[in-house]
Unconditional design. Sequence first.
Length: 669
Amino acid sequence: MSRGTAHFLTALFMAAAGAVGYPSRRSATDLDATPRTTVTFDELLGVRHFSTRTLNYSTLLLEDGRGILYVGARGAIFALNSSDVGDGSHRTIPWEASPEKQMDCLQKGKNNKTECFNHVRFLQRLNSTHLYACGTYAFHPLCTAIDADRFTLPSYFEEGKEKCPYDPARGYTGLIVDGGLYTATRYEFRSLPDIRRNLHQRPLKTEESPLHWLNDAEFVASVLVQESKDSPVGDDDKIYYFFMERAGEETTSFFDKSQMARVARVARVCKSDVGGKKILQRKWTSFMKARLVCYIPYYEVLRSICSLDGGGWASTVFYAAFTLSAQWRTMEASAVCRYSISAVQHAFEGPYMEYQDSARKWSRYDGAVPEPRPGSCITDHSRRKGYNSSQDLPNSVLDFVKLHPLMFEEVKPAGGEPLLVKKSVAYSQLAVDRVQALDGHSYDVLFMGTGDGWIHKAVVVGSGIHIVEEVQVFREPQPVESLVISQAQRSLYVGAASGVLQMPLASCARYISCYDCVLARDPYCAWDGRSCCAITAADDRGLVQDIQSGNKGCRSSTGRVRVPSGSLPWKNRTVLQGDDVLLPCDQRSNLARAIWLLNGSEVPGTGQDRLRVGVDGLLVMDTLPQHSGQYRCYGEERGLREGQEQDAAADSKMHWPQDGQPPLCPAVW
Ligand SMILES: *[C@@H]1O[C@H](CO)[C@@H](O)[C@H](O)[C@H]1NC(C)=O
Ligand SMILES: *[C@@H]1O[C@H](CO)[C@@H](O)[C@H](O)[C@H]1NC(C)=O
Ligand SMILES: *[C@@H]1O[C@H](CO)[C@@H](O)[C@H](O)[C@H]1NC(C)=O
Ligand SMILES: *[C@@H]1O[C@H](CO)[C@@H](O)[C@H](O)[C@H]1NC(C)=O
Ligand SMILES: *[C@@H]1O[C@H](CO)[C@@H](O)[C@H](O)[C@H]1NC(C)=O
Ligand SMILES: *[C@@H]1O[C@H](CO)[C@@H](O)[C@H](O)[C@H]1NC(C)=O
């Protein structure tokens, strides 16, 4: 074969909707949960940034009504304008650890680069005038009430050692409920983990003897569920805690038995608990815990929890992100499970576990259970029996509570399995929004922050998840530390080590054709005949959206497929005879399959010895002059071929279709 004869391959690289295409980080092997589109940092639209010389913007408090996003960072608290966190109007409270305390901290052998600072770890609204904040203060935690209007550092501080951990990296969660401060963490290095109530007439703790109610617990989240509201049985509000701890009860064959497994747990306490009189004095009388399982086939580590209720507490759902434990670090993966409040209640109403001293293990307790049911809140039923508060409870009940903190049943996820399992990703944070779609259904949209600075946005459809997009929100890889959604600003705020980022909940204008808009299955977006627009629940303008199947509506509403592509040049490639040439097909969608037409006929996926259709393009091997021709590629997704009906360009340029228009979507901002 004579090499060196040049000939031409004319290739039209037409991506799914004509864009130049996003670089894909994906391989084809994890198609199960591949985000449909990939948006890199340089392609972000409409985002705002806030950062200063400070680090660790980990604690976010959004006050949507006041239009303020408060941020607790390392050595400072900021008040940002929630409509634009980067508008330069921020106010700052510098709050550094004093030099003496930093010196103390260094002398204790702590890390001078990360630990001996004041990491603000708690920031919540205390009352109508004040915020409450706690910081680690170089391993010497302090708390204080801050006048939100004046926004200056007060001169009075409270000892923080029972409210805030010493260690900036320790798992910690806290809530202010009716003025009471409910926190859970391991406060000091040597102390036991504890769920505490402070700033309250009746401070309470968890019990430590003869049983530890918590074993080496690492806390993830706490959620108030207002079960007293319209309760027909006069029930109480409850605070639910989510954490990992060392399991005494399980000996799962899957794990090395010699190594104590750590498991995910949910625990709860009642808001009106005031402790016992003689037994469980100044301790919770309503503490109960149960195992939380997600059923990924590996050792699971709880990372984040978010919750949502559809107007009443009984509709509360919890979403949980799990990753594989460190033992499996070579194989990074995450899972998301959903739990209904009724599944949690079911476990708490079921049988108890008991510790058998002789056998040194936990097993199901089948003996008599005293009345009122141990661990339950004070209800009308107990009030009728004369138990007006937890201090009136009989000794038999309190003794039982002391020894039976753990429930026998585990809390199972909805559908009995994860909604999503995703390889090569470690989710570190979750936030959820419920969106009314045009089909009359509400869909839960999850924003999942990763360990390397990306956000995965996903819509829950039935028992599965469709990942709409993955967005790189920080150029430097770093864990997403916190996520907050603002309905008023239609924004997601992302806190991380290097700063705070604000991004729109949806960037519908990114979808530039009807098919692209519908295939995205983004409940915030719909096609209005000309562009993909952000919708509101009341919208009714003959909009096209298909969350359920993601492929219906375009043809009927617009008559034919329109591809408002930008000018798509034919690219001429000159190839040496005998060379191999790869023709790339840039797809907007990671889920689209490339289909190649050569001189108008489809190139079969197999059976052509010199043409190979692969994920990254069409490989033409050992080229001959007769391989010259017009190569076009299409994206096929969910049975739709985008660009299919477009006329083949005879000349070397593509034009706007006659009736097509460039996207004209009003911006969300
Ligand atoms: C604070 O940010 C630094 C720099 O990125 C990081 O190394 C450290 O782990 C962060 N600390 C906390 C407590 O998040
Ligand atoms: C935030 O910015 C918007 C737009 O610039 C402005 O109208 C609003 O007053 C600001 N809010 C606060 C709390 O400063
Ligand atoms: C931290 O300690 C190291 C070693 O003792 C020292 O070289 C470094 O300058 C210190 N850094 C700071 C910020 O103090
Ligand atoms: C809010 O709490 C602060 C600190 O305890 C107190 O000084 C202030 O008076 C309280 N404000 C109201 C309106 O109760
Ligand atoms: C409980 O409250 C009722 C009504 O307020 C009262 O009559 C009763 O004595 C109280 N019982 C106890 C044990 O305090
Ligand atoms: C495509 O068409 C051109 C022009 O008609 C022809 O020269 C070429 O051989 C065709 N290519 C193939 C692979 O059939």
